[in-house]
Design a protein around this ligand. Structure first.
Ligand SMILES: [Ca+2]
Ligand SMILES: [Ca+2]
Length: 311
């Protein structure tokens, strides 16, 4: 229908009004913009994907028995480090276990930041206060007895060569010089230096430059049960090493004998920045937990802790 007027301005205004009516009518049928529609589709796709990539600690497998234990440590969701399930919630733990610890589920095993084998879940059960899985571990002889490794269901993590070995004798000697200096800086009396014990010392290339960093745990314990624990990450500096990170604790061992030492577990680059994150196990009062340290702008900082178990 056209108004009976010969005025061109009025005609133009009518056309503009009609276009507006058409647009408004269309908008009432398609309220969302194409962008909004696309993002709605993306959101529904993301919802149907798994909650995230799991990283576990694998321990206790050796040459005689390929059966190892697996503890869930961290769930990576959109680049964030999350707890695998809520603590002290048995229903949440069982739901998690039925998905991630289902019999036959396969994980890639990494050691020293790179893939070395696989682990296939055989069972899971409740520990004192947390779930633990058992798995058949095939490490191709690359994980020395008594050492722990990591396992993940991610396709992308640990896609580089494994870089982890025992330290050489010169590296060990250079590290002990540094350890003595650090204990000295914490006002440790000279006679105690002969009591320094190396709990473990590992050479591993954290930043992929071909030079091995050192990660170690050391302890001094006196007959009166005074303890001085030291956890150290050290960078190569010529033939010597320098402190990149240290955690020093002085305390008296409780009568029950539970120490608070921190031990290196393994390293894996979780965020793809080229530097492996350092996984440690922290001992506690009849309990243990796992922590993750990350290097940002040249500094190592604690970024995550998950319960191991507490009895
Ligand atoms: Ca390095
Ligand atoms: Ca990293």
């Amino acid at each position: 229908m056209m108004p009976k007027t010969s005025n061109k301005n009025a005609q133009a205004r009518w056309h503009a009004l009609r276009r507006l009516i058409v647009v408004l009518t269309l908008l009432s049928f398609f309220p969302a913009s194409p962008e909004a529609e696309r993002s709605a589709v993306t959101a529904s796709v993301q919802k149907s994907e798994p909650a995230g990539s799991l990283v576990c600690v694998v321990s206790g497998s050796d040459a005689e028995s390929s059966e190892g234990n697996m503890d869930a440590v961290v769930l990576l969701t959109n680049g964030k480090l999350n707890q695998p399930y809520s603590e002290y919630n048995e229903a949440a733990q069982r739901k998690f276990a039925s998905e991630y610890f289902a019999t036959g589920k396969s994980y890639r095993v990494t050691f020293g930041g790179g893939e070395v084998g696989s682990a296939t879940i055989t069972s899971f059960d409740m520990g004192c206060n947390n779930i633990h899985a058992k798995a058949k571990v095939h490490d191709n002889g690359k994980i020395p007895p008594r050492l722990s490794a990591l396992a993940t269901d991610s396709d992308s993590l640990g896609r580089k060569a494994s870089a982890r070995r025992p330290p050489t004798q010169p590296e060990r000697e250079a590290m002990m010089k540094l350890v003595n200096q650090v204990y000295g800086a914490h006002k440790t009396a000279k006679p105690l230096f002969r009591l320094i014990t190396t709990t473990n010392l590992t050479a591993t290339d954290l930043d992929g430059d071909g030079k091995f960093e050192m990660i170690g745990s050391f302890v001094i314990q006196t007959i009166s049960k005074a303890r001085r624990d030291l956890f150290l990450i050290a960078d190569p500096a010529g033939k010597n090493f320098k402190v990149a990170f240290e955690k020093f604790q002085a305390y008296r061992l409780p009568p029950e004998g539970f120490d608070s030492a921190v031990d290196f577990v393994d390293q894996l680059d979780l965020d793809g920045d080229g530097i492996g994150e350092v996984f440690v196990q922290q001992h506690g009062f009849d309990a243990y937990s796992y922590s993750i340290y990350k290097k940002t702008n040249g500094r190592w900082t604690h970024v995550f802790t998950a319960a191991g178990d507490a009895c």
